[in-house]
Design a protein around this ligand. Structure first.
Ligand code: AMP
Ligand code: ZN
Length: 473
């Protein structure tokens, strides 16, 4: 399997540390607000990656944090804790906010068929672990105390900007928009491991530590939660592309300083969902949620389909028109699958099964090319193989795609069948006679039967999906 690695900027053959097993870490949501559909694009594409790894036989262990403390409104370690901002906005406690939006996040995931990771850790439950790792970084000389906070000293590293050959002055704190300079930092790129009371007096959640009462920085959370649950060698780390710098860059800095060796081999970054006015973001306050899509009558699974139609390494533009196009193509696909669910099951043609399955795995083996994998779905429908083979393939593919293909097709077929139940037997009989007449190419008789059906108040039509009978109004 070829996977693009943000560290090397190229596709690489995926080889896990331990044969047959994959350790996978995902940056979880900051639970101060609803996840927007941009966040969920990242989680959908990561879910496809995880499910595909399982599909090809890996034993996957996936871990995710919940950021319920320490993520500040600015990348440069300034501003309020986002959680505090959420609590103030809703006149609730931070823990109430965290609980509410964590539950909301998993509800959204469920609607989008995103599997819950094997281990989910709220950052506030790992404070001792953060303190232990920060103490070790202090002992090793990678961290220092200044103005009451504990900082990571990036000058101690051979290379800090690992994802890109950025020029330090282009990215360093103080240059990026909205980022204030922190005078305590020895180097512009240094970042906070532990905040103390020296700042943010109204911070609600604080813990005792060797450096005073305070709270952890956001970056240390992911390093510690990953290392504790997945060990010293991580195979794949995922996240949205905005996390590459500074968050993932800092995770690598502190994890490798702590471990004394390379930590994670593959970095999987999902590009952003944008609107015509730019990146969809929680902080701007203008964003779309799954509930909003539902209120507008969209099935959440159609948003998953919309995401799968594009490659995860391309930014994706959201517009209602684009979503409507996705609804149309999804519905057409389901209409094509529906009749298959009603056919008597024949034998599975194993040669055809293997051939068609291979085009699906070839697509996903090529850096999770989901749009090509969807082409493989259409290839199944176009093939001349038995309905049983087609259904078996679609059910198999859907273990990765998560599009409810069979369930929705069955539902549609049953709805159509229910409508047939309401049609008088006399009409159904004439429809059958007309089918025979058409088969025998007796079009004059077919036309006569159509007129007789119309006289009884029904219209009969041949469509790509078969014969359609509608009541005339
Ligand atoms: P947050 O809840 O802000 O910590 O973000 C959760 C995840 O969503 C992270 O992996 C982010 O990188 C990702 N993310 C944020 N904005 C977008 C976006 N517009 N499109 C795709 N992913 C995003
Ligand atoms: Zn993270």
């Amino acid at each position: 399997m070829q996977l693009y690695n943000s560290l090397s900027h190229k596709k690489e053959e995926f080889v896990p540390h331990e044969e047959g097993r994959v350790s996978m870490y995902t940056c979880g949501p900051t639970v101060y607000h609803y996840a927007h559909i941009g966040n969920l694009r990242s989680y959908i594409m990561e879910d496809v990656l995880e499910k595909y790894l399982r599909f090809v036989g890996y034993d996957v262990k996936r871990v995710m944090n919940i950021t319920d403390v320490g993520h500040l409104t600015s990348d440069g370690d300034t501003g309020d804790d986002k959680m505090l901002k959420g609590a103030k906005r809703e006149h609730k406690t931070v823990m109430e906010i965290a609980k509410f939006y964590t539950d909301a996040f998993f509800d959204d995931c469920k609607k989008l068929n995103i599997k819950t990771p094997d281990v989910v850790v709220p950052a506030t439950t790992y404070i001792d672990e953060f303190i232990r790792v920060i103490s070790s970084l202090m002992d090793k000389g990678y961290a220092y105390e200044a103005g009451g906070n504990i900082y990571f000293d990036t000058s101690k590293l051979e290379k800090y900007y690992v994802f890109n050959d950025f020029k330090e002055e282009d990215l360093a704190v103080g240059v990026r928009e909205g980022v204030e300079e922190d005078e305590n930092k020895r180097n512009k790129a240094d970042f906070v491991l532990w905040f103390t009371k020296s700042k943010f007096d109204d911070q609600e959640l604080k813990w005792d530590s060797p450096w005073g009462v305070g709270y952890p920085g956001w970056h240390i959370e992911c390093s510690c939660i990953s290392m504790k649950n997945l060990g010293e060698y991580l195979d794949i780390h995922c996240g949205g592309i905005d996390n590459a710098f500074p968050h993932h860059t800092n995770e690598i800095a502190q994890s490798e300083a702590y471990l004394g060796h390379k930590w994670c081999n593959y970095w999987f970054h999902v590009l952003h969902l944008n609107t015509n006015s730019g990146k969809m973001s929680k902080s701007s306050g203008e964003f779309l949620t799954v509930s909003l899509l539902e209120e507008k009558g969209y099935k959440p699974v159609v948003y998953r389909w919309f995401c799968l139609l594009s490659h995860y390494r391309k930014s994706l533009v959201f517009s209602w028109e684009n979503l409507d196009n996705a609804v149309t193509s999804y519905n057409k696909l389901i209409e094509r699958i529906a009749p298959l669910t009603q056919e008597s099951s024949g034998d599975i043609d194993s040669a055809e099964f293997d051939r068609l399955r291979k085009s699906f795995t070839d697509a996903l083996d090529n850096d999770i090319n989901t749009s090509l994998a969807i082409t493989a779905v259409y290839d199944v429908l176009k093939s001349k193989t038995s309905a049983a083979t087609k259904l078996a393939l679609l059910a198999d593919f859907d273990k990765v795609l998560g599009l409810d293909l069979i369930a929705n097709a069955k539902e549609l077929a049953e709805q159509s069948a229910a409508t047939v139940d309401d049609i008088p037997a006399e009409v159904l009989d004439l429809v059958e006679q007309r089918k025979e007449a058409r088969k025998e190419k007796n079009f004059a008789l077919a036309d006569e039967l159509r007129d007789r059906i119309a006289a009884l108040g029904y219209e009969v039509k041949e469509t790509r999906q078969g014969t359609e009978i509608n009541k005339l109004s």
